[in-house]
Design a protein around this ligand. Structure first.
Ligand code: FES
Length: 121
């Protein structure tokens, strides 16, 4: 994210309710914006696996093991699941759930000004 890149208007904030998402086109790129607990996260709607619409799948937390080895569901982070082959990406960081250091969907800075939502791109 370059601080000198311009902000692009996306929507009024009340058009994107908590838990929702919208997909828009900015400078020829499809960008998904998620509202998670009234924080906004923007990602490229492009899967780094085979180019699928990464941000159009279901949203969820993740399963991990607790100290006793039992499966527990955590929702501290939220992941979007690419509908083509199921790769999951953290909506805040863009990082792959399975290979966070290897695969990442590009993310973009968001801004809210006077009830209007912008993405820097
Ligand atoms: S293209 Fe997204 S998981 Fe394969």
């Amino acid at each position: 994210m370059e601080p000198n890149e311009p902000l692009h208007y996306v929507a009024e904030t009340d058009e994107l309710e908590e838990g929702g998402r919208l997909i828009t086109s900015i400078r020829g790129r499809e960008i998904a914006v998620f509202n998670r607990e009234n924080e906004y996260y923007a990602l490229a709607n492009y899967c780094v696996h085979q180019g699928g619409p990464a941000c159009e799948g279901r949203l969820s937390g993740r399963l991990t093991e607790d100290e006793r080895g039992e499966l527990v569901y955590e929702d501290d982070d939220e992941f979007v699941c690419c509908p083509w082959h199921g790769w999951e990406f953290n909506i805040e960081t863009g990082r792959s759930l399975a290979h966070p250091d290897r695969y990442r969907v590009p993310t973009y800075e968001t801004a809210v000004r006077d009830g209007k939502l912008y993405v820097r791109l």
